[in-house]
Design a protein around this ligand. Structure first.
Ligand SMILES: [Zn+2]
Length: 114
């Protein structure tokens, strides 16, 4: 798939460039069509919100804006360093994402067929 993003929701990533360079956060969402990701604590904007009705309070809300997925790199939970993601088949036939640095399995992409 052309628009495939190399990270997914729940991944820990580090920002490689821009004003948030070096910051780490968890991926909150992925926008594959735009090749963008929303990362917890990164690229936060403060919005003024007007109350729509009497039940709702107006005020300031803080919200993460998407950043380009190319600007982030996965951080391996095992070796705690930014790494590229590899893929391999495990002995039981399931497909996994692996850390290219330490070789540890990050997670299982698909279970064994049938
Ligand atoms: Zn690793």
């Amino acid at each position: 798939m052309k628009n495939k993003v190399h990270v997914k929701k729940g991944d820990n990533v580090i920002v490689l460039n821009g004003k948030n360079r070096g910051k780490k956060g968890k991926v909150l969402g992925v926008l594959p069509a735009k090749r963008m990701v929303v990362v917890e604590g990164i690229n936060i904007v403060t919005k003024h919100v007007k109350p729509k009705n009497q039940m709702q309070q107006g005020g300031l809300i803080r919200q993460e804006l998407p950043i380009y997925a190319d600007k982030v790199m996965l951080v391996c939970n095992k070796c705690d360093s930014p790494t590229k993601v590899g893929k391999k088949f495990l002995e039981d036939g399931s497909k996994a994402r692996v850390c290219k640095k330490c070789g540890e399995v990050i997670d299982i992409i698909s279970e064994t067929k049938d």
